[in-house]
Design a protein around this ligand. Structure first.
Ligand code: FES
Length: 154
């Protein structure tokens, strides 16, 4: 039940920060959790590699709502390299713990945020590139994945 959550988590559940859709967004991510069916959508606006704005919408449990709220707070105004280094443990730590069976909720928004940054980087590259085949796209897609891995290790 909701009583298992600590005070900070309940606060983020009852007063979630940054709910909605960023206007003029240039990155979009949507992730579903197969186990429970919850869905998180993130939109963000990146300028000069900094997250100027980030918002979320969730269809899901209290844990999914609270952790999504936290992910937007942790990443708003931050460099994308920093955002890509965050993981679900950082979210749980920020909240001061989550009930054991709710730990998986903390992955939802992290994944959606990463996907939105991927979407931004991919679209930026596609604008600069000449794509004439599926292989061209796959090469770029692969390069962006490598870029994300290197950025998240910086
Ligand atoms: Fe699955 Fe919360 S129960 S995201």
């Amino acid at each position: 039940s909701v009583l298992e959550y600590n005070e900070l988590t309940l606060d983020h559940f009852q007063n979630p920060r940054n709910v909605g859709v960023v206007e003029n967004n240039n990155g979009y991510g949507k992730v579903g959790e197969a186990g429970c069916g919850d869905i998180c959508e993130i939109t963000l606006r990146i300028e000069k590699d900094a997250i100027k704005d980030i918002k979320f919408r969730v269809y899901g449990c209290a844990g999914a709502i609270a952790t999504s709220s936290v992910v937007t707070e942790m990443t708003r105004g931050k460099d994308i390299n920093y955002a890509l280094q965050l993981n679900d443990d950082d979210v749980v730590e920020y909240l001061g713990g989550l009930p054991e069976k709710k730990k998986h909720c903390s992955l939802l928004a992290i994944k959606a945020m990463r996907q939105a940054i991927y979407d931004y980087l991919l679209n930026r590259r596609l604008k600069e590139s000449q794509i004439s085949s599926r292989e061209d796209f796959d090469i770029i897609d692969n390069e962006i994945m490598q870029e994300i891995i290197s950025r998240s290790n910086q």
